[in-house]
Design a binder for this molecule. Structure first.
Ligand SMILES: Nc1ncnc2c1ncn2[C@@H]1O[C@H](COP(=O)(O)OP(=O)(O)OP(=O)(O)O)[C@@H](O)[C@H]1O
Length: 339
């Protein structure tokens, strides 16, 4: 079996705020091998971005945050490193693409400067070599007239082109892991698919591992091998993407999937919505955090937190590794377990 390139074990990220401690990521674990892609999904505020940033080491132990558990990248404990050592992982080991390309690009620097600075700093290229490689990278991410674009400023490019530049920068040092945090949220809907498909094909060509963070289930469907559904800082369900989407077991996953409009639905079909709002993370409810919004909840759910447990292989034919954290998971018709 291939050893995992990324190992996240029982990761907890707690922010110390004036309102009290906010446990944004609460005991999350997963592993990724080279060439494997993971979708992290859930509603706004469930901890997806904080998880991505903690994996990268952008959030670490400080006066305002406490990180426990472990993140190992290529066997190296990210949070055991000094800040300067951690920064050396960014580029050659881990690349990151954020939501809004304008926050990643410096508006007063030319596109070429962004790329050549990254290549010179991390790979020790000469300026002419870095420029040559920069042009190649822009071509690889589908930017026409790449040489001319090198001399332009970010504002001279469309939003989609800017995000392609950010992807080129993130991949310039050939990282082994890419974390893409809502990479298309700020883009026009017609450009979103192009960028997601570009990311998926680059990651496959380079046999990289990728974490695709998204609130949009459609974005991760068909573009990730596995999916991890998060609710209020915790993993509520995980497994092979197709298996989770076809056969959701957690009531939250089921509700999320039910809120996606489908072309085959008759006209005027009402979309299902999830009643209520996610909990205040400074004061999460006791027991199962989804209980106040869950139609299947029993009294017990308000007292005891469900643990993330593996489903029996016989219960999920053809889809090993399914896990769910629910006292009363949805069961297939004809099954004897649950309700
Ligand atoms: N620096 C911080 N200090 C205090 N709380 C924070 C900080 N960063 C994030 N949080 C809180 O952590 C929780 C998780 O935030 P996070 O940004 O990870 O959510 P998300 O699932 O990525 O949502 P979105 O899709 O809206 O970005 C939220 O309650 C948020 O308010």
């Amino acid at each position: 079996m291939t050893s995992p390139f990324l190992e996240v074990e029982d990761l907890r990220t707690v922010f110390h705020t004036p309102r009290g401690d906010v446990c944004a990521v609460d005991g999350v674990s997963f592993r990724l091998t080279a060439g494997e892609t993971l979708g992290l999904v859930g509603e706004s505020g469930c901890g997806k971005s904080v998880l991505g940033r903690t994996v990268m080491g952008l959030v670490s132990n400080s006066r305002t945050a406490t990180v426990t558990g472990s993140v190992r990248v290529g066997g190296v404990d990210v949070h055991g490193l000094k800040p300067s050592e951690r920064r050396r992982l960014w580029g050659p080991e881990i690349g990151m693409v954020f939501q809004d390309p304008m926050t990643s690009l410096n508006p007063v620097k030319r596109i070429g400067t962004h790329l050549t600075e990254t290549l010179c700093r991390h790979l020790g290229c000469s300026r002419s070599e870095a420029r040559k490689r920069g042009v190649e990278m822009l071509r690889e991410v589908g930017i026409p007239e790449a040489a001319r674009r090198m001399d332009q400023y970010p504002h001279e490019l469309s939003g989609g082109m800017r995000q392609r530049v950010v992807i080129a920068i993130a991949l310039a040092c050939r990282p082994r892991l890419l974390i893409a945090d809502e990479p298309t949220t700020a883009l026009d809907v017609t450009v979103q698919k192009q960028i997601l498909d570009l990311l998926a094909s680059l990651v496959a060509d380079r046999h990289m591992a990728m974490i695709l963070v998204s609130h949009d289930l459609g974005a991760v469907a068909g573009r990730t091998d596995r999916v991890q559904v998060m609710y209020a800082g915790r993993t509520v369900e995980s497994g092979a993407t197709g298996s989770v989407f076809d056969d959701a077991r957690h009531p939250y996953t089921d509700a999320l999937l039910g809120s996606i409009p489908r072309l085959e639905d008759p006209p005027h079909t009402r979309l299902r919505t999830i009643e209520g709002t996610p909990p205040d993370m400074a004061r999460p409810p006791a027991g199962c955090r989804f209980r106040p919004r869950c139609a299947r909840a029993e009294e017990h759910c308000g007292h005891v937190s469900p643990v993330l447990a593996s489903l029996p292989a016989a219960d999920t034919p053809g889809a090993g590794g399914r896990q769910v954290a629910c006292h009363y998971p949805i069961v297939l018709e004809g099954a004897t377990r649950g309700r």
